[in-house]
Design a protein around this ligand. Structure first.
Ligand SMILES: [Cu+2]
Length: 488
């Protein structure tokens, strides 16, 4: 649930604040299906081992990420050609702890240039990755230490990013908190959607929406439907679920009939007060850590999203356990003093337009008409009326607090959507959505800017460097909605 959106959803839950949901979301939420059934769990009987339950995985400090071509059985019986991150941990995960001297060596054997980006991590500029191309057969090395625990992820940042992300290049980056081991389980649930042909080939023609790159097969940890690993739960026990939305355009609204989720973290950042909700909405790039408490002794229930494209996470009850209290420790408040009354320093107006696309489409995105070929028209997504690379950089002073206003002024009816804006290098404080502050202090690295609304955030860059800021709908990013903030 992205920050803002998550925030907005929190607000919705508490204040019936409904304006946060864009048409894009409403359309999908309106189709929500009831996914919970009380049936006997069959597929994993005798085999409850879920490798994405990392409760007993010890944090490590040295990693080798092999970027390599591979096969993935997304549709049963079909092999899909993908590109993978392989670390020896499930799904290419990095699992570490805070204040650890991390060494990450990366090698690549895929046939395109790529780069790394540690989404949501606060690192010094030259360790962020986007400006370090990794050639086919090449390598890169990273070293940093993280002051904050949380649920993050990593993915390529070499433009066009869309085809790389769509080929499966994404993985969890988990920085464990000491109290995480107190949960009855600690599950990574990485959400995605794929445009797949019936033969299992990644194929742009098998998208389900006009103007977005939206797939028809939805996955959790790159498995769909019956193949999705179960979450095991006992009555009274509390498990931690780490949801990560790796979709390039699709948002996911999750629910589990008869159950509530207690949200402890958004975008990896702990909330000063957790809150309870029945649904979790995540925009692309966003994460939510939630607690799920067991309320039954037996039966299988399913966490589902608003569609019926295979995202169906079994929650399997296996008896009665101890009655647990939440181990979550809320952090101290650290909001910038007086931020609500501070004047806006920087305004970014987000929009889109048709543009004469000399070279046809960029970034593997779908040009609206004409596609490849000279002279065709294509979609362009803009910030303050300009598209990358024509957007001038913003210059800020290191250590100074800036209030940023994002305005979603997108009036292209066909493509109108929320824009989940992401900033590299720093977390930001959500000050307000259309003037309404979130119910509690909220730090994010990606925030939904709803259609026709504005969102104010406050940010202070502690590290100098050139930091990217872009929409996390990757087609928008690849086609113009990207700029940089230079902190010096
Ligand atoms: Cu966007």
């Amino acid at each position: 649930m992205k920050k803002l959106f998550l925030a907005a959803c929190a607000v919705m839950a508490i204040f019936q604040f409904v304006a946060c949901t864009g048409a894009f979301a409403q359309e999908r939420v309106g189709n929500a299906k009831s996914g919970a059934t009380e049936s006997t769990y069959k597929n994993y009987e005798g085999s409850m081992n879920n490798p994405f339950n990392i409760i007993s995985v010890a944090p490590a400090s040295q990693f080798h990420i092999a970027i390599e071509p591979g096969k993935q059985e997304i549709v049963t019986g079909r092999q899909t050609n993908v590109n993978n991150y392989a670390t020896g941990f499930p799904g290419g995960a990095i699992i570490t702890a805070k204040n650890t001297n991390l060494t990450i060596n990366v090698t690549s054997t895929i046939d395109t240039v790529t780069s790394m980006h540690w989404h949501g991590l606060k690192v010094v500029n030259d360790q962020d990755g986007p400006f370090t191309p990794i050639q086919p057969g090449g390598s890169a090395a990273f070293q940093f230490s993280l002051a904050e625990a949380g649920t993050f992820w990593y993915h390529p940042h070499h433009r066009p990013i869309l085809p790389q992300l769509n080929s499966g290049m994404y993985a969890p980056f988990i920085v464990k908190e000491t109290y995480d081991t107190a949960y009855a389980g600690d599950y990574i649930l990485m959400l995605d959607d794929w445009a797949l042909s019936p033969e299992g080939t990644i194929d742009d023609r098998y998208t389900i929406a006009h103007m977005e790159i939206v797939g028809s097969v939805e996955t959790v940890n790159k498995r769909t439907g019956e193949a999705i690993y179960p979450v095991e739960l006992k009555k009274g026990e509390i498990v931690k679920l780490r949801f990560i939305n790796a979709s390039t355009a699709q948002l996911h609204t999750l629910h589990l009939d008869g159950h509530e989720f207690t949200v402890t973290h958004l975008d990896g950042h702990p909330l000063t007060s957790s809150f309870t909700t029945r649904t979790i909405t995540l925009f692309p790039g966003e994460r939510a850590d939630v607690e799920l408490k067991g309320i039954h002794n037996s039966g299988t229930f399913y966490i589902v999203n608003e569609r019926n494209f295979g995202m169906r996470i079994p929650v399997v009850y296996t008896g009665a356990g101890r009655d647990m209290q939440s181990p979550f420790v809320p952090p101290q408040m650290k909001a910038f003093p007086g931020i609500a009354d501070k004047a806006v320093d920087l305004t970014y107006v987000l929009a889109s337009r048709m543009s004469r696309g000399g070279g046809g489409r960029m970034g593997g995105g779908r040009g609206m008409m004409g596609g490849r070929g000279s002279g065709g028209m294509r979609m362009e997504w803009t910030i303050n009326g300009l598209a990358h690379p024509n957007i001038p950089p913003t210059r800020v002073n290191v250590g100074q607090v800036y209030k940023i206003r994002f305005v979603n002024n997108d009036r292209m009816m066909m493509t109108q959507t929320s824009h989940p804006m992401h900033i590299h290098g720093e977390h930001f404080l959500v000050v307000s959505v259309n003037g309404t502050p979130p119910p509690s202090e909220m730090w994010l690295d990606t925030v939904e800017i709803p259609i026709g609304q504005y969102v104010d955030v406050a940010i202070r860059f502690d590290n100098p460097g050139t930091w990217m800021m872009h929409c996390h709908i990757i087609d928008h990013e690849d086609n113009g909605m990207l700029t940089v903030i230079i902190a010096e």
